[in-house]
Design a protein around this ligand. Structure first.
Ligand SMILES: NC(=O)c1ccc[n+]([C@@H]2O[C@H](COP(=O)([O-])OP(=O)(O)OC[C@H]3O[C@@H](n4cnc5c(N)ncnc54)[C@H](OP(=O)(O)O)[C@@H]3O)[C@@H](O)[C@H]2O)c1
Length: 238
């Protein structure tokens, strides 16, 4: 199997690259930090292709993905994982969050979906979040961007079903995972999983071609609470 991981230089994407190569998958890895990609190409077993890519440079990123897939001579799975998040309501900090998590995501997911249509098969995997389910007062742009990801993927899944295409769309919704991104949370996390455990569960969900999955599994319960909680309680804890 051939998979591209968008955002593979740290955290969940990096661990997923390790799991995939360990299981004999060919991978195409992307990120802005080319030195890390080069080190990974040497360190990981098997066929590893790399491309430097900033997904907020939308057209360049789409062209770089096309180039990478051509070099790999095909792609069966894409994991659009790159994302950022900061506690903020300031526009200058919200803009890159929206550009990366929403527009950047769509730019690449859209390219991949049309590619899968043209070759007749494929699986689009997007790393959304539990944050997609409901907003929060402390980082509304992050929650909104993740809601965008889940909704965008739902639309593509509906399209694939309607047109009877052999394309699967997998919406991954992690709770807390210990990575560089969540280091800002300090001890204000619970049920936080190590990134390698999250990656193993994500790989399992990809192989099972799941539609929506919570990472780690226990977060499915929290998803129910997040939706059910009345505003006056929810706003006190978020
Ligand atoms: N950790 C959690 O608790 C958690 C929970 C729910 C969802 N998620 C989601 O999981 C995904 C991975 O996050 P993580 O926790 O593993 O964070 P991370 O360790 O900070 O990794 C983020 C990855 O995204 C890439 N990236 C960021 N901005 C980019 C850009 N403009 N262009 C290209 N690549 C970019 C980074 O690569 P470069 O810096 O090299 O570009 C890096 O590989 C994100 O979408 C995040 O929202 C995480």
């Amino acid at each position: 199997m051939k998979a591209v991981i968008i955002g593979a230089t740290s955290g969940i994407g990096l661990e997923l690259a390790k799991v995939m190569t360990h299981n004999g998958w060919e991978v195409g890895l992307t990120g802005r930090r080319i030195n890390i990609l080069q080190d990974l190409q040497k360190a990981l077993a098997g066929q590893v292709f790399i491309r430097q890519m900033d997904i907020t440079q939308f057209e360049n990123a789409r062209a770089a993905l096309a180039d990478l897939v051509e070099e790999m001579e095909g792609m069966d799975v894409i994991v659009v994982n790159a994302g950022i998040g900061t506690f903020t309501r300031r526009w200058e900090k919200e803009l890159p969050i929206i550009q990366t998590n929403a527009t950047g995501f769509a730019a690449l997911a859209n390219w991949a979906y049309h590619y899968f249509q043209s070759v007749g098969h494929g699986q689009l995997v997007g790393i959304s979040s539990l944050a997609a389910l409901r907003s929060s007062s402390s980082l509304p742009s992050y929650h909104a961007s993740k809601a965008f990801i889940s909704s965008y993927m739902q639309g593509l899944r509906y399209h694939a079903q309607k047109k009877k295409l052999n394309i699967q769309v997998t919406d991954i919704r992690p709770g807390f995972v210990r990575t560089a991104m969540t280091a800002q949370n300090g001890d204000n996390m619970f049920w936080d999983a190590p990134a390698d455990k999250a990656a193993r569960q994500i790989f399992d969900a990809i192989q099972r071609k799941k539609k929506v999955v919570y990472i780690t599994k226990r977060w499915r319960l929290m998803a129910w609470f997040m939706r059910a909680m009345p505003d006056f309680i929810y706003t006190k804890i978020t």
